[in-house]
Ligand binder design. Sequence first.
Ligand SMILES: *[C@@H]1O[C@H](CO)[C@@H](O)[C@H](O)[C@H]1NC(C)=O
Ligand SMILES: *[C@@H]1O[C@H](CO)[C@@H](O)[C@H](O)[C@H]1NC(C)=O
Ligand SMILES: *[C@@H]1O[C@H](CO)[C@@H](O)[C@H](O)[C@H]1NC(C)=O
Ligand SMILES: *[C@@H]1O[C@H](CO)[C@@H](O)[C@H](O)[C@H]1NC(C)=O
Ligand SMILES: *[C@@H]1O[C@H](CO)[C@@H](O)[C@H](O)[C@H]1NC(C)=O
Ligand SMILES: *[C@@H]1O[C@H](CO)[C@@H](O)[C@H](O)[C@H]1NC(C)=O
Ligand SMILES: *[C@@H]1O[C@H](CO)[C@@H](O)[C@H](O)[C@H]1NC(C)=O
Ligand SMILES: *[C@@H]1O[C@H](CO)[C@@H](O)[C@H](O)[C@H]1NC(C)=O
Ligand SMILES: *[C@@H]1O[C@H](CO)[C@@H](O)[C@H](O)[C@H]1NC(C)=O
Length: 331
Amino acid sequence: MASFLSSLLLLLLFLFPLFADSLNQTSVLLSLKQSFSSSNSSTLQTWNPSKPLCSWAGVSCDENKTHILKLDISNSNISGPVPPSFSGLITKISTLVHLNISNNQFNGTLDWNFTSLVELQVFDAYNNNFFGSLPLGVTHLPKLRHLDLGGNYFSGSIPASYSEFRELSYLSLAGNSLGGFIPPQLGNVTSLKQLYLGYFNSFNGRIPTELGNLINLLHLDLSNCGLEGEIPRELGNLKNLDTLYLQTNQLIGTIPPELGNLSSLKILDLSNNALTGEIPREFSQLRELNFLYLFINRFHGEIPGFVAELPYLEGLKLSAKMRMVAHWPLS
Ligand SMILES: *[C@@H]1O[C@H](CO)[C@@H](O)[C@H](O)[C@H]1NC(C)=O
Ligand SMILES: *[C@@H]1O[C@H](CO)[C@@H](O)[C@H](O)[C@H]1NC(C)=O
Ligand SMILES: *[C@@H]1O[C@H](CO)[C@@H](O)[C@H](O)[C@H]1NC(C)=O
Ligand SMILES: *[C@@H]1O[C@H](CO)[C@@H](O)[C@H](O)[C@H]1NC(C)=O
Ligand SMILES: *[C@@H]1O[C@H](CO)[C@@H](O)[C@H](O)[C@H]1NC(C)=O
Ligand SMILES: *[C@@H]1O[C@H](CO)[C@@H](O)[C@H](O)[C@H]1NC(C)=O
Ligand SMILES: *[C@@H]1O[C@H](CO)[C@@H](O)[C@H](O)[C@H]1NC(C)=O
Ligand SMILES: *[C@@H]1O[C@H](CO)[C@@H](O)[C@H](O)[C@H]1NC(C)=O
Ligand SMILES: *[C@@H]1O[C@H](CO)[C@@H](O)[C@H](O)[C@H]1NC(C)=O
């Protein structure tokens, strides 16, 4: 039976180029389903040729129901390596705008040929078991704005070519096994609004000063990923930033006063590093701050009085060594 299925699949693969013009998406998805035949997925159970393609779970089409725009097989309990047929076929649905395969147990590499996916804007592969190098082909997707490769086992370094994204506003590589230096070229991707590189990754060296060029950033998460050296004062250029997570690294030196220029900041977590000195006076400008976490560092001195006057502060954890001299409103 299995060999019959795989022969059928091979046949479909072989014949596929003949269909390519008319783009028989039904047969593409049926082949995909077959290539996952070992899985017990309620999503895939609705993929039945007797029903219209656009009514299948996870499939969304254009208004005329002629082209697949969105394929969401997230949370579908699909396990095992991504068969070559999957990448081969998926990358032929050239109208695809949104591909979500997150929260499954796919494994193998993701080194697909993405060339045909010229319309793809969203690719979410979060929380699978992919391994090997980060895929290179994704940088050539001209409309890509959301790329989540987090929560996998990708290793090696972040390719310098990840600076070539043009429209990308969301990039997560968090929770992998990445190493090497964070490429300074990432600072060229000025369309980025959210950047997540932390957790389980273990980078060498410092936070690149070039990340201070990412002037549209709202969220920057570089926590718990082995970073050393000082916090670059260039991060003070990120005027729109509302969340900055740098906790649980080996950061040293004093807090750059330039961080006081981050007037939109709501959450600042620098805890669990080896930072020294005092809280900069300039932090009195952080009027939007909700959470300030500085504990487990080597700060000294007094907690400046202005901290008590930050209007929206809800959470504050400082260091045991700091003396509290300010009048403190207990709320
Ligand atoms: C597309 O493929 C399905 C399933 O293989 C088949 O039933 C259908 O006739 C094909 N449609 C076209 C237009 O070729
Ligand atoms: C997921 O699939 C496995 C078999 O592959 C099955 O044992 C398990 O019950 C499934 N879980 C859910 C939530 O469907
Ligand atoms: C598939 O999953 C359903 C629940 O979603 C379960 O009832 C059924 O026994 C499972 N079948 C196999 C073969 O694991
Ligand atoms: C849907 O069909 C109409 C009429 O054929 C056409 O004008 C329109 O452009 C089509 N829309 C899409 C998204 O293909
Ligand atoms: C992908 O699916 C997951 C879970 O179903 C969802 O939480 C996530 O927001 C989706 N990703 C995108 C980019 O929409
Ligand atoms: C991929 O996943 C399948 C099914 O869970 C498993 O049997 C196989 O060992 C995994 N392969 C690798 C290389 O991890
Ligand atoms: C990807 O596919 C295109 C054609 O669709 C081909 O021209 C290109 O060489 C392929 N790239 C790789 C790296 O295989
Ligand atoms: C990208 O960044 C590098 C180093 O940060 C810089 O030297 C280079 O000129 C930039 N390239 C482009 C195309 O902006
Ligand atoms: C940022 O902060 C530094 C030190 O606090 C200050 O000298 C500088 O003028 C500020 N820059 C801008 C652009 O606000």
